[in-house]
Design a binder for this molecule. Sequence first.
Ligand code: GUN
Length: 284
Amino acid sequence: MAVLIDGKKIAAEVRGEIMAETQAFIKANGYAPGLTVIIVGENPASQVYVRNKKKACEEVGFASEVIALPESTTEEELLARIDALVHNDSVHGILVQLPLPKHISEDAVLRAIPPHKDVDAFHAENVGHIMIGDFDYLPCTPAGVMELLKHENIDPAGKECVVVGRSNIVGKPMGMLLLHANGTVTICHSRTKNLAEVTRRADILVVAVGRAGFITGDMVKEGAVVIDVGMNRNAEGKLCGDVDFASVEPKASAITPVPGGVGPMTITMLLRNTLTAAQKAAAK
Ligand code: GUN
């Protein structure tokens, strides 16, 4: 029986710390850390994520605003809205929910959010800082995974760490953070040959491919730690991860459930980044 890594509980603990720091920040500065989230269009999953982000901000005492723009918004209009937030001193973090409608360049939008307000840590400058290992902001999902490992006393040092998925949001930075933690890191992707042979080497297996039940028990080593970043809906519309929990759990030493594993940590790390952005702005 694997240890179930309780992301909800760990997230609540970390959010308690953030809330206390936020109260101290408000007392010292007379205003709250501010996060503005922009959502363009009506992607239902994005709407849920954005609603959850706003709720989490309110719970820890941040000032948060959601700007919901129609699908027809032009790139120019969106960039103008971002520019206004860049020049608004009460906004410490700006997050544009992805994916964007196809007629808007994601690259142009992410470049428009300056590194010091980039609480997603998607700007090339912040990505570069992560590569070097000298960073203020970490991308929320990989940072959340590292926090889960820390809370479970799982040290990647010297371990075989296999990441499945090479997205800019999760896979690539995840590999980098595990490397900074002295893991021996392999990043797998759709062109990887003999994937199961590679995943079976993993002491720590992180899966972020966006395909329900993609990793099955035969692909996992006995005693592995399995972190499931997936957030999919199965045929019955139920939330499920990239890992086939029923066949993997009996082999794993520890595993994250979906929901209730990585998900709650992602928003928690967004709160952490926003507080950091406010603290840095206040210290200037
Ligand atoms: N869409 C899915 N995940 C994310 C995320 O972490 N940040 C943003 N901005 N959009 C997302």
